[in-house]
Design a protein around this ligand. Structure first.
Ligand code: HEC
Length: 102
């Protein structure tokens, strides 16, 4: 039988996988070009976004809704890095930000 501690570590690393994949995605997609520290181009920093989006925790449809909104852009805010994301990528990133963007 596997020692309990090992099982725990294994579960922990499995749970961390999706978050890690999303933080890599954020890097790959250039999110930190504007949402880094310090943020640029009037963008909120990633930590600020995570604080704002924490209120969506537990809302199952929030990642999809926020992703649709982000990809659509605003009337005066067309940001290529937002609009180029696929629905799946964007939803994964929104879920990641809601969970703290770690
Ligand atoms: C060229 C600069 C730039 C890049 C690159 C960029 N953003 Fe943004 N982002 C902004 C600006 C500026 C705002 C604030 C204005 C707005 O809300 O449209 C913003 C707002 C946001 C918001 C808040 C939207 C809202 O209204 O609640 C989220 C979430 C976000 N960005 C995610 C991302 C993600 C994920 C990436 C990477 C795929 C990314 N951004 C890349 C400039 C950028």
């Amino acid at each position: 039988m596997m020692p309990r501690r090992l099982t725990f570590l294994l579960l922990l690393s499995l749970a961390a996988l999706p978050a890690q994949a999303s933080s890599q995605l954020a890097l790959d997609k250039g999110c930190y070009n504007c949402h880094g520290e310090p943020p640029r181009r009037n963008a909120p920093g990633m930590a600020q976004l995570a604080t704002d989006y924490a209120r969506y925790r537990g809302q199952a449809d929030a990642p999809r809704r926020l992703a649709d909104k982000l990809r659509e852009g605003g009337l005066f805010a067309h940001i290529a890095a937002h609009e180029r994301l696929s629905p799946e990528e964007c939803e994964a990133l929104m879920r990641w930000i809601i969970e703290g963007a770690k």
